[in-house]
Design a protein around this ligand. Structure first.
Ligand SMILES: [Fe+2]
Length: 356
């Protein structure tokens, strides 16, 4: 049966991508620890950073829709590291699509990985020597591209292209960016790639529930809403990712687990703790004290391992059953990429193994 095999293969591909992302995320954290803690010589730190970027370039396939869509669903525990990694993955995918040669791919990957390093706060002497003069957080927001570029060129000793990618990651084609308000040809293609990847990941992380839940939606939203900000070639390679229909909605077997979690309500915005009694890619049951009517939208947050967290999984209340300590609610869960289900499968496997 070719159909069944296809489904299993696509599930395996998605599973592999998620595993890969988890590995990339842990390694990214390690690189930042080395960079900030300064336990090694600068040479060793740089070697680790460069080896990591090379590994990402080798590992990321140029036309990998599944990796792209997974970026919308998973969030590594530390937002700084998560954002840095996701911006890097998107930049490398775009760079590969634009047929960047090896050296340029390395430059765009490094600039993307380090783009917000000017924002990082740390007690270590090397960052303080750059951050020392900044007291007002608003100054840091405006100046972090310049601070970052000086860390990258003066401290890390990287070439002008990487430093420029960091300096220009908020510059926009229509001149409305910062810190210098550059426009048109004064922004290189590489800088435009980092800007675009950064912009898309920030759209995905928005917590205003604007309805952007997939990378395809973020791409379309960015290009429709802000047509003048993006490079036409980058637009066309990214739109290519949005052309094919997204993974169809599937019903999964429910898995019984008891998991501490929290949720935020669409209507009141309050944060509440709950227990997840069972969850799958299509539904969940939670127990809590809060009173909600059928149709209430909420956003579940939970962690399934030490590194992976699920943020703002969109759910709708479809059933309410009074319980001695409150209510048990039946929820409908959106899992367009199947990523939630895969993580749950793995969590349960580990859980079952540990219980034996
Ligand atoms: Fe930034």
């Amino acid at each position: 049966m070719p159909g069944a095999n296809d489904a299993r293969n696509s599930r395996l591909v998605k599973f592999r991508n998620l595993e890969l992302f988890e590995l990339y995320a842990s390694a990214a954290k390690e690189v930042y620890v080395r960079l900030f803690d300064q336990r090694e010589t600068l040479m060793e730190t740089k070697r680790a950073l460069e080896g990591y970027i090379d590994k990402l370039i080798d590992g990321i396939e140029e036309n990998n829709r599944a990796v792209f869509e997974i970026l919308a669903t998973v969030e590594f525990g530390n937002r700084f590291v998560s954002h840095s990694l996701k911006t890097t993955i998107m930049s490398i995918i775009i760079g590969k699509q634009l047929r960047f040669p090896e050296g340029k791919l390395f430059a765009v990957g490094s600039a993307a990985f380090l783009h917000d390093i000017g924002k990082a706060r740390s007690d270590n002497p090397f960052l303080n020597s750059y951050f020392g003069a900044i007291d007002d957080p608003r100054d840091l927001e405006t100046n972090h591209p310049i601070i970052g570029a000086s860390i990258v060129s003066e401290y890390l000793g990287y070439g002008a292209d990487i430093a420029q990618g960091v300096r220009n990651h908020h510059e926009q084609l229509d001149g409305s960016g910062f810190p210098r308000g550059l426009n048109g040809s004064s922004i290189s293609l590489m800088d435009r790639v980092v800007f675009t990847a950064n912009f898309i990941d920030n759209l995905l992380y928005r917590t205003d529930y604007s309805g952007i839940e997939t990378v395809s939606m973020a791409i379309r939203h960015a290009f429709e809403r802000f047509p003048g900000k993006f490079d036409p070639d980058i637009k066309s390679v990214l739109l290519h990712f949005t052309e094919k229909p997204s993974v169809s909605k599937r019903r999964f077997e429910r898995t019984v687990i008891t998991l501490a979690a929290s949720y935020r309500r669409w209507d009141s915005g309050g944060n509440f703790s709950c227990r997840i009694l069972d969850i799958s890619g299509s539904g969940a049951r939670i127990r809590c004290k809060d009173t909600m009517v059928t149709g209430t939208m909420l956003y579940l947050n939970f962690a399934l391992s030490n590194v992976m967290t699920f943020n703002d999984i969109v759910c709708k209340v479809v059933r309410r059953i009074p319980d001695e300590n409150g209510y048990v609610y039946g929820l409908e869960v959106e899992d367009k990429t199947g990523a939630i289900q895969q993580k749950i499968d793995r969590y349960v496997q580990r859980y079952v193994i540990n219980q034996r």
